[in-house]
Write a protein that binds this ligand. Structure first.
Ligand SMILES: Cc1cc2nc3c(=O)[nH]c(=O)nc-3n(C[C@H](O)[C@H](O)[C@H](O)COP(=O)(O)O)c2cc1C
Length: 217
């Protein structure tokens, strides 16, 4: 039943306390994450756990790259999105707005720069995939990401998946000596939530199930 509770409670956190997360705890979480299913049990995921001064260096590099290139958080779609999706994104931002107003910060700046800094989390986990794999194996990475955010929650830790950083993959690979043939698929901020920051009170909504399901029987 803890799983059901974790599924309902978990949310992305966008302000962390600087307190370090013990390495043993991160290891414990990742040992559970790798129970995730994968096609033919290939277990294609690779985790790069960045903390301490290295995480600060990574944040500085990403912030610099963001300021130079200005590639912001966005869906990165290949075709114009059907209106429904644009509306959902806009609604989420609209619902976040009062919290950012309370914080007296610019929403776009907070999210883009915050993402580059993993929202101040002490740990950044990069989920990587060997470039020999087809894009279909991103499904496996996504499942691992799901396991990671839920397991972390179960241990009283908070997370925020960070897709923005993939736009700056070259910078990340250069800084962390990640081999050319490894793709950085997604980043995750991991740490303890800072409960004093208003945006952490925000809980995103979901449309009704009926919008997503077609029953065929
Ligand atoms: C693949 C992926 C990439 C994401 N990238 C970012 C990001 O770069 N910055 C950010 O603040 N949140 C990011 N998020 C968090 C989403 O905005 C968040 O999951 C969504 O708004 C639903 O809210 P919830 O996680 O609190 O349920 C990402 C989530 C996913 C799954």
């Amino acid at each position: 039943m803890d799983l059901l509770k974790a599924i309902k409670e978990r949310k992305s956190i966008r302000a962390f306390r600087p307190d370090p997360v013990p390495k043993e705890r991160i290891e414990e979480i990742l040992k559970l994450v790798i129970h995730a299913p994968s096609a033919i049990n290939l277990q294609p995921w690779e985790f790069i756990v960045v903390s301490g001064e290295e995480k600060e260096r990574l944040s500085r590099r990403l912030l610099k790259a963001y300021k130079e290139k200005q590639i912001a958080c966005g869906p990165g779609n290949v075709k114009p999105l059907p209106k429904m999706y644009g509306k959902r994104g806009a609604k989420t931002l609209e619902l976040m707005k009062p919290f950012f107003e309370e914080m007296r910060v610019d929403i776009n700046q907070y999210i883009n720069e915050g993402s580059c800094n993993f929202y101040g989390a002490p740990v950044a986990i990069l989920l990587c995939l060997d470039d020999s794999f087809p894009n279909a194996r991103l499904v496996d990475i996504g499942i691992a990401l799901g396991y990671l955010v839920l397991t972390a929650h179960e241990f009283g830790l908070a997370t925020c998946p960070i897709g923005l950083i993939v736009a700056y993959e070259d910078e990340i690979k250069d800084l962390l000596n990640i081999p050319e043939n490894k793709n950085v698929s997604i980043g995750v901020a991991l740490g303890y939530p800072n409960s004093n920051i208003p945006i952490n009170r925000f809980k995103s909504q979901r449309d009704d199930l009926g919008k997503f399901v077609r029953w065929i029987d």
